[in-house]
Design a protein around this ligand. Sequence first.
Ligand code: TNX
Length: 537
Amino acid sequence: MRCILFLSLFLFSGLINFAQEQCPLIPKPLEAVKTNEGFVLNKYTGLIVDVPELKDAGTYLQQQLLRLKQLPVGRASSSKNTIRLSIKKTSKADESYELIIAKEGITVTGNSLAGVTNGVSSLLQLIVLQKTENGDLHLSGWKIKDAPAYGWRGFMLDESRHFMGKEKVKQLLDWMALYKLNRFHWHLTDEPGWRIEIKRYPKLALLGGLGNYTNPTAAAAYYTQEDIEELVHYAALRNITVIPEIDMPGHATAANRAYPQYSGGGNTQHPDFTFDPGNERTYGYLTNILREVNVLFPSGMLHLGGDEVSFGTDKWLQNEGIKKLMQQHAIKDLKGVEHYFMERMADSVFSMHARLLAWDEMADLNLPKDKTIIFWWRHDKPGQLKMALDKGYRTVICPRLPYYFDFVQDSAHRMGRKWGKGFASLPDVYNYKVTTVVTDKRQQAQVLGIQANLWTETVTNLNRMDYMVFPRIAALAEAAWTKNELKNYDAFTVRLKEQLPLYRADDIYFYNPFNPAEIPEPVFFRKDTRNLSAQEN
Ligand code: TNX
């Protein structure tokens, strides 16, 4: 009995120790050793950026220190009391970094701008977790060596169903960066609304931008090309690549409202759902649109959707143009027409020297595997993932369960999707292992990474968006960044608890997994007062 008591006491104190000593960062780093010499950060601290190549990482750090902590850190000339950003060797794709916080100063070293930016994000997270006392921020000493498990750590936002707006997107990008998520997939077109200005076809935004999923008469909402430039730059400073999605040939209703001459029709449930693959002009029209999009998004990646086309192909069989096309090219069925369409559009994408990204339906085609990336979303169709990998495509893993964030995260929740009884709980998001769906080692190397998708049919306002995103975004980040062997859900929740005050301070209306019954006060998003020091006021 005594022995058991001692043993449990021992284990318990071990647990406390562990809770105190674990590095508070999310996602958990590869290696983090605490030292007993910390650093005092204040307005006298200076920033040294070793090479011009790291200028953006320096700007990101300075702007965030000012915004999050009201700490104006200027460029330094001497090397005392400084944060130094430096590069060891140049290797663009290498996202690893080293962060050392010691008494004499802080250093962030990487092999690329991306790596150093990741290190800056880790430093910022350690900083925002600390309170400022009389203008001083006491940081513990750390030696952190870190590298991601996956190069693709994505988040998708659907702004067609409901438009969230520039400031909310910036906030999302801030959190993505703090958690080292590096791909923002922007679903900008769908049935209810077209959300991107195209200069050659102004009605796309002006007419196509009208309405949303719950209110067809809502005022037009869309991003101007200037907005897009601003957000792409904002993301780039944070090591986030933005990938636009212009969905085709289905989910095209909003576009067809603006330019009905390119509509291929639909049915009563999904009117004007598709573009018209039987009209030769459709290809020129869509290519012109993509040319503008491709310039606005320097990622060199164009996501063309390609999902759920059969939802609205009813009218295709009566379409003279399509009949002719089928005859000319000996196409047997409507699937064949869909594939013909996508192959034509793929040629357009490749002519712009961009890569083609598409949902897993498109794995049925034989597109060039070095220029195509497939997004596996149908968790109930593992065969489709296998086919994509067997064909040699590089693949992003984003199965509905658990990576569709429009699914509820608690069985008691009603607003949001479920799959039978299935939903997307925080532990499911955290514990997901790609290796359970991709067992072959060589094929594992074709997996670029993982991504969560927020579809917004039920996300009618900014509070709802927060509720679906937070804190699952933190679990996603750790699933994408941290090696499976190092992940541990219980240890994660200890660190997650420390993040909740930060969410509160940033006016985020989040789901509290520690107190699921808690209904947060509705918050009014205040873009002008966003900072993470509110808890200190
Ligand atoms: C499927 S995922 C869709 C979306 C919906 C989503 C809702 C995909 C490629 N298509 O159009 O918004 O389900 O969960």
